[in-house]
Ligand binder design. Structure first.
Ligand code: FES
Length: 366
């Protein structure tokens, strides 16, 4: 059966970023792919994807505000009829740029922050951005955009969830996503620093539930559960090649932001391949569509159509095989690897390796 169109286009405009977050989802070898598409190619991709049926366009990175053609790209996306979304750290969002983006038709800004305290925020991003984020939040509000905030949650900030929610409320957030870290890329490298205990998680969920009652009608709170603790494979990116088309800064089309690390898969470059050919015909997108690629225990599992075997990138990182069941699933023969990591987190042993920050010069092991 022919797949539907890529409803969500994620334009990763650049890997350049003033922050160096220890849980960044950009590839470990991002420095090898820093070559960026020129404006004309992005404009063509926007048109082709929209003609195919894309309806939402996210501009992300790296930090998309480092591209000085962002306003032009947003204006084109808006004119084409996309719902447009900017995913930003806020660095570079001045009043003038916010006004220009508003005039270009930007619908939505998602501002990420790292913690409720200056110390942890600045430590985790390896930059001094805490005060700036408060200012940017005011700029976003002044433009009349819905105030959407995102905070990645992990062992080093999970005990501050109460204060994080209070801070988001003070800033006037209408939506707050507390997204537990997904362990790929830099977060996988730093997993022993970042994985919380079950008790930390339980308390954070309890606090979030209390705030939900208090903030009803004022702010919507999303607590994205971590799949390591849940033991439930997630339907990653809503299913490989079903909904999301990610375009890396150098123009490579990907079904998710980390798929390029999977061995033996070729992904097309949109410099010389049309969006339609990349989405419907390329080997990289076809490989893990649907359930035909599955082996046991996934192929006979009653949940295979729901979770589609979980995350391919996680299967590769933990089991060394992108076609294996996602090891967060208790049915996976490699589930012990997840349990081992969780037990280590419970014991609170000091990490064997230092925390590494996202940097083109950082030495990483995978
Ligand atoms: Fe790549 Fe889940 S992040 S399939």
């Amino acid at each position: 059966m022919k797949p539907g169109p890529p409803l969500w286009l994620l334009a990763e405009l650049t890997y350049r970023c003033p922050l160096h977050c220890a849980f960044c989802y950009n590839p470990l070898d991002f420095a090898k792919h820093e070559d960026e598409l020129p404006t004309a190619d992005w404009l063509r991709i926007l048109r082709e994807a929209r003609a195919l049926g894309s309806v939402q366009c996210g501009f992300s990175g790296g930090e998309p505000l480092v591209r000085d053609d962002l306003e032009e790209l947003v204006a084109e996306a808006h004119a084409l009829g996309y719902y447009t979304n900017l995913l930003t750290s806020g660095v570079g969002l001045t009043e003038a740029r916010a006004a220009a983006l508003k005039a270009a038709g930007l619908d939505h800004v998602q501002l990420s922050f790292q913690d409720s305290t200056r110390e942890v925020n600045d430590f985790l991003s390896h930059t001094r951005t805490f005060d700036l984020k408060q200012k940017v939040a005011r700029i976003i509000k002044a433009q009349g955009w819905p105030m959407v905030m995102n905070c990645v949650i992990h062992r080093l900030n999970i005990d501050h969830v109460d204060r994080i929610i209070a801070m988001a409320d003070e800033i006037g957030a209408e939506y707050l996503e507390l997204a537990n870290t997904q362990y790929y890329s830099w977060a996988f490298e730093n997993r022993e620093h970042l994985l919380p205990t079950r008790e930390q998680l339980r308390q954070a969920e309890e606090v979030t539930d209390q705030w939900r009652v208090r903030l009803a009608g004022r702010m919507r709170l999303f607590f994205v559960a971590p799949d390591y603790h849940d033991g439930k494979p997630k339907r990653c990116v809503n299913g490989w090649g079903t909904t999301l088309l990610t375009v890396a800064p150098d123009g490579v089309a990907l079904p998710c932001h980390t798929a390029r690390m999977l061995p033996g898969l070729r992904f097309p470059s949109l410099r010389d391949t049309s969006v339609s050919a990349a989405w419907y015909e390329s080997e990289g997108f076809e490989r893990y569509r649907g359930t035909g690629w599955m082996k046991e225990p996934c192929s006979s599992c009653e949940f295979r159509e729901q979770d589609l075997g979980g995350c391919r990138c996680q299967a590769f990182l933990l089991a060394g095989d992108a076609a294996a069941a996602d090891p967060v699933c208790p049915k996976s023969p490699e589930h012990g690897r997840v349990q081992e990591a969780l037990q280590r987190a419970e014991r609170g042993e000091p990490p064997e390796r230092p925390l590494v920050f996202r940097d083109r010069r950082s030495r990483v092991t995978t």
